[in-house]
Design a protein around this ligand. Structure first.
Ligand code: FAD
Ligand code: DHB
Length: 392
């Protein structure tokens, strides 16, 4: 098989790249090791920056998102039993949208299949070669056969457990990493949201986040231990803990409902530099991870892909300079988001026994909710800094 761009991974990054390249008249093949059903059902991110919704709309895959997505203009920070609203749109002129990542993935798959684009699901044992020279190739086992796809460029979009980064020679990449002594227990429940806006709560029992997917689906997260045993969490215990961390007695009581999904998400910060080697380009979670507190992971992946699609399109027109600068163009925004995500995480998650840290967290929350300048700084990072001229 031969194509112009071989893409590993049918997450938001890989699918969006295939879509943007198609719009430039560039052909690609996407290889994904899971089934289509699994990819479409995986519940993860929910909060999209306006940068992201703009890219989806401008490229013709935003129609359902516009209909079903929930537009938000603020968030609530809770600490010491009180709520404080950060007026994101008033402070930045930008809004945010709640629309599940798996819905974005469904829309991108539907668009791709409608124009006859190729996605090879259940492709096992993906291996990459030749990308340090001029003849990159991807091989994989698909439908019981070993296949080989020759291409001009390879995009590694295979997420935090992906394999593409591992084909780059050792020593060519520098890895930056930070671990956190906590994780998130996330649930999805058939229950109407109790607040029209997201609530980020710092409580001495631990952080909690209230969010949603629709008028009848609540999503929520609880700070827990990295090795938390899910079987120790009955529905009753989850609701009690959410009520305790998010509520103020009767003033704010979550509506409870059937918990239809639960899982533990580890917390990690990670960046590899550079995000390219020869004709292999890394994009999204395979190149960088942020803890989910700032809701930046998917949004960063979308920015990487815009830079990559633009660079590849320019290279086919005879100018390879943007593609050569792909990594540098991405890393500025990556590190801004790494800092913001680390900062939000550090401000909101108490660490057991560290009372000095407790006081710092409350002092910082007090400052960002009182000072218009500090609130604006939080808001512009949260809403997403506009794709800047220095990305060019
Ligand atoms: P992925 O979505 O992981 O996609 C990678 C794809 O590659 C997958 O389909 C995988 O099956 C496939 N793959 C892996 N290995 C191979 C292989 N060897 N061969 C072939 N295919 C392979 N981000 C936000 O912006 N906003 C949020 O609100 C937000 N909330 C989050 C909440 C939680 C609980 C979690 C866990 C994450 C959250 N994120 C959020 C982060 C976001 O989900 C990720 O950043 C995003 O999924 C990255 O997209 P990706 O395409 O790079 O990787
Ligand atoms: C969601 C997830 C996040 O990590 C976040 O910061 C905000 C919202 C969500 O799943 O809706």
């Amino acid at each position: 098989m031969r194509t112009q761009v071989g893409i590993v991974g049918a997450g938001p990054a890989g699918l969006l790249l295939a879509h943007l390249l198609h719009r430039e008249g560039i052909e690609s093949v996407v290889l994904e090791n899971q089934t289509r059903r699994r990819v479409e059902e995986r519940v993860r991110a929910g909060l999209l920056e306006q940068n992201t919704t703009d890219v989806l709309e401008r490229s013709g895959v935003g129609e359902r998102m516009r209909r079903e997505g929930l537009t938000h203009h603020g968030i609530v920070l809770r600490f010491d039993g009180e709520s404080h609203r950060i007026a994101i749109t008033d402070l930045t002129g930008r809004s945010i949208t709640i629309y599940g990542q798996q819905e974005v993935v469904k829309d991108l798959i539907a668009a791709r299949l409608a124009y006859g684009g190729r996605i090879l699901f259940e492709a096992a044992d993906v291996a990459l070669e030749g990308f340090d020279g001029r003849s990159p190739a991807i091989s994989a086992t698909h439908a019981g056969e070993r296949i080989r796809i020759d291409c001009d460029y390879i995009a590694g979009c295979d997420g935090s457990h992906g394999v593409s980064r591992g084909f780059i020679p050792e020593g060519a990449l520098t890895h930056f990493e930070r671990q956190y002594p906590f994780a998130w227990l996330g649930i999805l429940a058939r229950a109407p949201p109790i607040s029209p806006e997201l609530i980020y709560a710092r409580h001495d029992r631990g952080f909690a986040l209230f969010t949603m997917r629709s008028a009848s689906l609540t999503r929520a997260y609880l700070q827990c231990a990295p090795d938390e045993d899910l079987s120790a969490w009955s529905d009753r215990r989850i609701w009690d803990e959410l009520q305790a961390r998010l509520g103020t007695g009767d003033a704010l009581r979550l509506t409870e409902g059937e918990i239809v999904l639960r899982g533990v998400t580890p917390m990690r910060s990670y960046v590899c530099e550079p995000m390219q080697y020869g004709r292999l380009f890394l994009a999204g979670d395979v190149a960088h991870i942020v803890p989910p507190t700032g809701a930046k992971g998917l949004n960063l992946a979308v920015h990487d892909i815009c830079m990559l699609a633009e660079g590849i399109a320019a290279a086919y027109r005879g100018d390879a300079s943007l593609l050569e600068r792909y990594s540098a163009r991405c890393l500025k925004r990556v590190w801004r988001a790494e800092h913001f995500s680390w900062w939000m995480t550090s401000m909101l998650h108490p660490v057991h026994g560290d009372s000095f840290n407790d006081r710092l967290q409350v002092a910082q929350l007090d400052y960002v909710t009182r000072s218009p300048a500090a609130a604006k700084s939080l808001a512009e990072n949260y809403a997403g800094l506009p794709y800047a001229a220095d990305d060019r």
